[in-house]
Ligand binder design. Structure first.
Ligand code: AMP
Length: 383
């Protein structure tokens, strides 16, 4: 039995907590389905606002905003995981929130996330929880090699991370590290980074998209290549692990699971994103159902759509450093001349170094062809 009765469009109003580009793309998908959206921005700059039906532009800890949000929506979701857990629980009680606060609160904190992986026997890299210099000294001794120290809270895109070779002074490292809790992870000499987008519906049925092969620039996703250049066995294993994660979280909605693939073919889960994910943006142009529509289907209680890949694709992220001036975009003409490249801009007026301004999906007859065109376009804009 579904845990939440299906609510059918067009009578449904979906509340989205967070107003970033992911919220914007959820709102755009909602418009196509005739579903209304209320975006709660948290008082932050919000590219989603211009695509939403209604906006609540107040902080997440404002009690009036919470009441207002609950009174306007039928069901809700998040586009950003760093929302206080107590706020998420209140929203869940008043409107229904998918994924659940339990799942979001695990994924928003590395300590809870790693413990969840360990408790559920999901393959992950060695780690230790650190709350002082003594913990760090003991963990470094046990690890006896290179690692990464990561803050437990609010870490993403490589923020709050420090690579350690293993011979540093733990006292000095901890004194300079700006966190009260952290995890030390063993360094993984990976061959590739992969991710799988999984969607689990109201009935507990899970579907997965083909794995993306992800390459980073300045610790931020640069390109996603789909299908990933991996063996069918690795692709099946990655999908099976993503399914296990979704089941163990009793998840409802779209979930991103990021992996390291080692040279011996072993997969380790690095982290999970309880929302649409940057490495799933290719689904907008290259899959039967986009990750954003899939999220709405799962949240509303509709049947999930097909995840079938319709074409090889390479997604290129557009970061602020590709803008020649803060308010001057790159020359898009070569992109439009390409003919099989779709531009998605997030409506941000000011470009800054590593800010995500948009992305481009390059369709191709092969991933090599799509990748060559993506790389050529990137070099043009980074000149
Ligand atoms: P994260 O914020 O955990 O996704 O880390 C950002 C990036 O840092 C990853 O995509 C990897 O490229 C790298 N990284 C993080 N943790 C490790 C690790 N334990 N071993 C090797 N590389 C890592």
């Amino acid at each position: 039995m579904p845990s939440f009765l299906p609510i059918h469009a067009p009578h449904c109003v979906v509340g989205v907590i967070g107003g970033g580009q992911l919220g914007r793309m959820i709102a755009l998908a909602a418009r196509r389905l005739g579903v209304r959206t209320v975006i709660w921005t948290g008082g932050l700059e919000a590219p989603a606002v211009e695509c939403a039906d209604e906006v609540i532009d107040l902080p997440f800890d404002d009690p009036d905003a919470l009441q207002d949000f609950c009174s306007r929506v039928t069901v809700s979701t998040v586009e950003f995981e760093n929302i206080p857990c107590h706020t998420l629980e209140k929203v869940a009680r008043c409107t229904g929130l998918f994924p659940s606060p339990h799942a979001i609160c695990i994924c928003q904190n590395r300590e809870r996330e790693k413990n969840f992986l360990r408790e559920n026997n999901i393959p992950h890299t060695w780690f230790a929880v650190i709350s002082n210099a003594l913990d760090l000294a003991a963990a470094m001794k046990e690890l006896n090699g290179p690692g990464v120290l990561k803050t437990a809270d609010f870490g993403y895109d490589g923020k709050g991370q420090l690579k350690l070779e293993g011979d540093e002074d733990p006292e000095k490292i901890w004194a300079a590290f700006d966190a009260s809790r952290a995890v030390l992870e063993a360094w993984v000499p990976f061959e590739k980074e992969l991710s799988v987008m999984a969607a689990r519906g109201a009935d507990g049925v899970t579907v997965t998209y083909d794995p993306s092969e992800n390459r980073h620039r300045h610790h931020i996703l640069d390109v996603s290549i789909v299908p990933a250049r991996i063996s069918p066995a690795v692709a099946l294993e990655a999908a099976a692990i993503a399914r296990r994660v979704a089941d163990a979280l009793d998840y409802r909605g779209i979930l991103g699971v990021e992996f390291f693939l080692k040279t011996d073919g072993t997969l380790l889960v690095n982290e999970m994103a309880p929302r649409p994910h940057n490495s799933g943006h290719h689904t907008l142009d290259a899959c039967a159902t986009s990750q954003f529509e899939q999220q709405l289907r799962a949240v509303i209680g509709l049947p999930l759509g097909s995840t079938r890949l319709l074409s090889p694709v390479v997604m290129l992220n557009l970061l602020g450093d590709m803008w020649p001036e803060e308010m001057t975009p790159p020359d898009w003409l070569p992109l439009f001349e390409d003919g099989e490249a779709s531009l998605h801009l997030y409506g941000k007026r000011h470009a800054r170094g590593r800010r995500k301004m948009g992305h481009v999906n390059f369709l191709g007859t092969t991933v090599e062809n799509a990748l060559a065109r993506a790389e050529a376009m990137k070099s043009l804009w980074l000149e």
